[in-house]
Design a protein around this ligand. Structure first.
Ligand code: ZN
Ligand code: ZN
Length: 599
């Protein structure tokens, strides 16, 4: 069967009119790229005349004017005042800076035949719980080997008229006329572009979510919540019960049970799982996932980092062999299949709409999630309105910490690592006259820390607040190192854009040299067994926030081989962030001791 060739057009751009349709008792406002389709739809429901109010406009503009007109109708449903509508349109025009248009008059509109119900059903099915561009809708159908002959925008529009689907412009306007991206929710980073698709010189494009394809004023998004009437059957225990490959520690088992209680009841909508660095929070989250799966719920596990999703996918296939798992990240095969448990980078979560009963959000604080309203927006929208969120982190952002301290947010603590030793408490060393690298002699405390490390046969990670300081400190150490020169290359540096970064880290892991100077790029995801950690210029609060310092301190003492790694903060003064980091670590150790989790 020949498919509509327009599927293969690179981007579909929506151009349409705002109209008024007259019923027996009231008027309604509408917007359409094909008014004949709307005429058919409304005639089936007893409406007659369709009066076009505007020339064809890009979707974002049409949607804004449509809302103004609809606002007028709410006030006087029956006796529609054309003068009032004309005034509203005029105000809208001036808010958006649109040129005036000539009176459109009565355009001849011929009714079109309605789309076939079978094709509508397919779109309804693939769009369930999703928010997609027309092109993505085509991909979703193709991935499931489903085909339709009616243009997808017509099918989507018919479902929109029926109230089953939302039709949103990629970039739309708030009621005050301020543009906002409807996909990622941001009002900043919108740029005017000359658009080949809609032919306008001032089309709006969102730079914030460009990595996921162009969100523009003239592109339509079709969104449909997961239908609440479709409750999946309750799954048997052999499907939902995780097959753990090891025993949980007592602390993990307690947190696992609490996470399960959270997800099996509807008491709390949100909960924070606050775990020590390296304590195994993912395994604890299995408790919540299992409880949700047992209730027949749909679960999303989201994390900003692609590597985490890929690695987790492999692990979860072993833990839940009978479950339909789907992993979504940039470049993952297949994006639209059905799944019981979906793993996704937070970017990929932008394609879900009111879909999941439970969202587990890992590394809430990690780049690029922290301070990124777009990703919070994405995850909040992927969740069903009545759904639950479980945040997982070792270092919650200050807003979440504040809510926990005020008792406004439910919290589960996992304060101890699996080896049962306390977290290393950072030691603060004040160097009142600490100079920039290369200026003057090496600080005596730095020399002492390095000597201690070398004498114990350990390795040392030195964190500095800026990339330029990496080379600066390496050169400083090599040039000013007192006493016996170390044989060979004993100190090296690396940072995110370092040309041989992976090579340097690998050599450090192989213990080929003892001291590595680095930036916060090494703040997480690194486990080196016999390690001390030092933060130089630790009072630079722009870089070393409390969260960052807790993460950095979390590099030490991770392995059971050597749980006693030390952490030194060297700075001219004690910053608030340093004090807060020490406080959080001390509280965790106290809690672990009180609950009897410590060795
Ligand atoms: Zn956007
Ligand atoms: Zn455009």
């Amino acid at each position: 069967m020949a498919k509509d060739s327009s599927y293969r057009q690179p981007l579909f751009c929506w151009q349409g009119v705002v109209y008024l349709v007259k019923g027996a008792r009231c008027y309604r406002a509408g917007l359409s790229h094909k008014p004949g389709l709307d005429l058919t739809f409304w005639r089936q429901r007893g409406y007659q005349q369709l009066e076009v109010l505007t020339p064809p406009l890009p979707l974002g503009t049409a949607a804004f004017l449509h809302n103004l007109v609809a606002g007028c109708l709410e006030n006087g449903a029956l006796g529609v005042k054309h003068a009032q509508i004309a005034a509203a349109l005029k105000m809208g025009q001036s808010r958006l800076g649109l040129p005036p248009w000539p009176h459109t008059g009565a355009l001849p509109i011929a009714p079109l035949s309605p789309p076939p119900p079978a094709e509508l059903a397919l779109v309804r099915e693939v769009l369930a719980g999703r928010i997609l561009w027309r092109e993505e809708l085509a991909q979703a159908l193709a991935e499931r080997k489903l085909g339709v002959n009616t243009p997808l925008e017509d099918l989507g529009h018919w479902l929109y008229l029926a109230g089953e689907v939302s039709l949103l412009p990629g970039v739309g306007y708030d009621p005050d006329g301020r543009p906002r991206c409807r996909r990622c929710g941001q009002a900043t980073g919108l740029v005017k572009v000359s658009c080949a698709a809609c032919g306008q010189a001032d089309c709006l494009l969102c730079e914030g979510c460009l990595a996921m394809g162009q969100s523009r004023r003239c592109r339509p998004l079709y969104a449909r919540p997961w239908p609440s009437s479709v409750k999946p059957p309750v799954r048997p225990p052999e499907i939902w019960r995780p097959r753990l490959q090891f025993d949980l520690t007592r602390a993990q088992a307690d947190a696992y049970r609490e996470a399960g209680e959270f997800a099996s009841q509807d008491k709390e909508k949100e909960c924070l799982l606050w775990a020590a660095c390296g304590a195994g929070k993912t395994e604890v989250a299995y408790g919540a996932i299992a409880a949700a799966l047992a209730r027949g719920c749909r679960v999303l596990y989201a994390c900003p980092r692609k590597e985490v999703i890929r690695e987790l996918h492999l692990r979860l296939q072993v833990v839940w062999p009978g479950l339909r798992l789907q992993a979504l990240y940039g470049g993952s095969p297949g994006k639209y299949g059905p799944a019981d448990l979906t793993l996704a980078t937070t970017h990929q979560a932008l394609r879900f709409y009111r879909c999941f009963d439970l969202v587990v959000l890992d590394e809430v604080d990690a780049f690029p999630l922290a301070g990124d309203p777009m990703l919070y927006h994405a995850v909040a929208r992927a969740r069903r309105e009545q759904g639950q969120t479980l945040w997982l982190t070792a270092t919650p952002p200050p807003e979440l910490v504040a809510r926990v301290r005020k008792g406004q947010l439910a919290v589960i603590y996992l304060p101890v690592r699996h080896h049962g030793y306390p977290l290393p408490r950072p030691e603060f060393i004040r160097e009142t006259f600490l100079k920039p690298p290369g200026k003057g002699p090496l600080p005596r405390s730095l020399v002492r820390c390095i000597n201690t490390t070398l004498a114990e046969g350990l390795q040392l990670l030195i964190f500095v607040p800026a990339v330029y300081m990496v080379t600066g400190v390496v050169d400083w150490l090599v040039a000013a190192w007192p006493g016996q020169a170390q044989p060979g290359d004993w100190v090296r540096g690396c940072y995110a854009a370092h040309p041989r970064r992976e090579e340097v880290i690998a050599a450090f892991r192989r213990r080929e040299f003892p001291v590595l100077v680095t930036t916060t790029v090494m703040e997480r995801g690194v486990t080196i067994p016999r390690l001390h950690v030092l933060v130089l210029y630790a009072d630079d609060e722009r870089v070393f926030t409390a969260s960052t310092l807790v993460q950095i301190a979390g590099r030490a003492g991770r392995s059971v081989e050597y749980p006693a790694g030390r952490v030194w903060f060297i700075a001219r003064r004690l910053s608030q962030a340093m004090a807060e980091a020490v406080r959080q670590i001390r509280e965790f150790n106290d809690l672990a001791r009180r609950r009897g989790y410590l060795k």
